[in-house]
Design a protein around this ligand. Structure first.
Ligand code: ATP
Ligand code: ZN
Length: 226
């Protein structure tokens, strides 16, 4: 079983926005690796700390299942999957250990540029397209707004032009994608960046010590960067 490993396993994005900065940060902690032929594993050489290269969406589940001990993933992905677990009545299985200072973006509500935005009450009865249904539903509930959440897995920003939704809730960094689709951001639901995620439960002794060693080095590396 996963609990009998004596090496620490960290899940990171295989390719995409967080892949290179995650590896660079871990390398700056003194880790180095030998890559497996199929590019699934990176086997730790300087310390018994291995990397698993996966899709970012898989990272919280890998931690929840104990397949990986730690992961580097956007707060948006971690928060969404934590919300899904909550909505399903399950216990929290992972949590944010450290904010890492890269991959900054925000989960924002955007409406057509033609709307005269007065406030969240305008969303009542509207359809809002998103890939983040748990975070959006939670926010709507906090605002006391009843709206329809339309789940889309991609290309959320074109939904209003296609007539699938009235507004959207999506990740924004520069805002260029929004304005290209005649949308404007009006509310921020979540400020996001890459985070080190770990389990909600404690590690056993061996992996606990490795995790503490890594955290000390990581905190040192993050201090130098800021
Ligand atoms: P994967 O193939 O691993 O599923 P992906 O396409 O879901 O990749 P990326 O586009 O690489 O993921 O984004 C990874 C993370 O980068 C996001 O979850 C978010 O935390 C962060 N990010 C930063 N800026 C942006 C942005 N402008 N748009 C989307 N994500 C961003
Ligand atoms: Zn993804």
């Amino acid at each position: 079983s996963a609990t009998s490993r004596d090496r620490l396993r960290i899940a990171i994005q295989k390719s995409g926005r967080l892949a290179e900065p995650a590896r660079a940060l871990l390398a700056s902690c003194g880790l180095s690796w030998r890559e497996s032929r199929d590019r699934l594993f990176c086997y730790g050489e300087t310390l018994p700390i291995d990397l698993l290269l996966v899709r970012d969406d898989d990272i919280p589940g890998l931690i929840a299942d104990g397949v990986c001990d730690l992961g580097i993933v956007g707060r948006n992905v971690l928060g969404e999957q934590d919300g899904e677990r909550r909505n399903g009545g399950r216990e929290p299985a992972f949590r944010e250990w450290r904010a890492l200072g890269f991959g900054a973006c925000r989960l924002a509500l955007a409406v057509p540029e033609s709307w005269d935005w007065q406030g969240v009450s305008q969303l009542a009865g509207k359809r809002i397209a998103t890939s983040y249904p748990a975070l959006l539903s939670q926010w709507l509930a906090e605002q006391g707004i009843a709206a329809d959440v339309v789940l889309l897995s991609g290309s959320v920003e074109i939904a209003p032009r296609l007539g699938q939704a009235d507004a959207i809730c999506d990740l924004v960094s520069s805002g260029a994608t929004l304005s290209a689709n005649q949308l404007k951001p009006v509310e921020t639901l979540l400020q996001s960046e890459a985070v080190l995620a770990g389990p909600a439960a404690e590690f056993d002794a061996v992996r606990g010590e490795l995790a503490q060693l890594l955290l000390r080095r990581l905190d040192g590396a993050l201090r130098i960067r800021h």
